[in-house]
Design a protein around this ligand. Structure first.
Ligand code: ATP
Length: 188
């Protein structure tokens, strides 16, 4: 059983209020889409959901392990991609995940030669290969071509179908059927 719940959560950075009164309740199979203009606090909300930042008010309940996608991919640039991912998730999980993201042929290439989109896909492969039931994805579509965005949409749908939860912050269109909309509109 997994869950992610916000009850009247407020977010602030550097002492400045960004949003307030954000409430949602995600159960197995649920998803939420966090949207809003640059700087409104989408990444802040994701970090609060992950437990990396405290909310300025309200309560966060998290049941289950979290896999967090941020700008940083945390893959050793000098290692081969398959090994770098294997370091985190084990080799037996790394290769199938790379295949799912269309990176199977890059498994022996050093991480440092990957393109922007390939690095993003590798970071998503790490999420996919994790055991975590709660996926927190900050701008997963950044740097991805249309085909790769569709792959990510399919992977999120599969994760939900298997009883997982997905919370996605994005300013790009990404399809998640039946997702709760969390529109951050500006100052509270
Ligand atoms: N460590 C920090 N200290 C102070 N202010 C910060 C810090 N990190 C972010 N901020 C500020 O908090 C605000 C919200 O940032 P956040 O990254 O959550 O926005 P966002 O909605 O994800 O933006 P974007 O769409 O550009 O990614 C911004 O004004 C940002 O400058």
């Amino acid at each position: 059983m997994t869950a992610l719940r916000f009850e009247q959560v407020a977010g602030a950075r550097g002492g400045r209020a960004l949003f307030a009164d954000v409430s949602f309740d995600l159960a197995p199979g649920d998803a939420a889409l966090v949207s809003g203009p640059n700087g409104v606090g989408k990444s802040t909300l994701v970090r609060i959901a992950a437990g990396l930042l405290a909310g300025a008010a309200g309560a966060v309940t998290r049941v289950g392990d979290v896999a967090l996608l941020t700008e940083a991919h945390a893959l050793d640039p000098e290692r081969r991609l398959g090994e770098a991912l294997g370091f985190w998730v084990g080799n037996h999980r790394a290769l199938p995940a790379l295949d799912a993201l269309g990176l199977g042929e890059m498994a022996d290439a050093p991480v440092r030669i990957l393109s922007t989109g390939q690095r993003r896909r590798a970071a998503i492969a790490r999420i996919l290969a994790s055991d975590a039931s709660i996926w927190l994805l900050d701008e997963p579509a950044n740097g991805l071509d249309t085909g790769a965005v569709e792959v990510v949409e399919t992977l999120i749908a599969g994760h939900r179908a298997a009883g997982g939860i997905a919370l996605v912050a994005t300013h790009q269109p990404i399809t998640m059927i039946g997702a709760t909309s969390i529109a951050l509109g500006g100052r509270p």
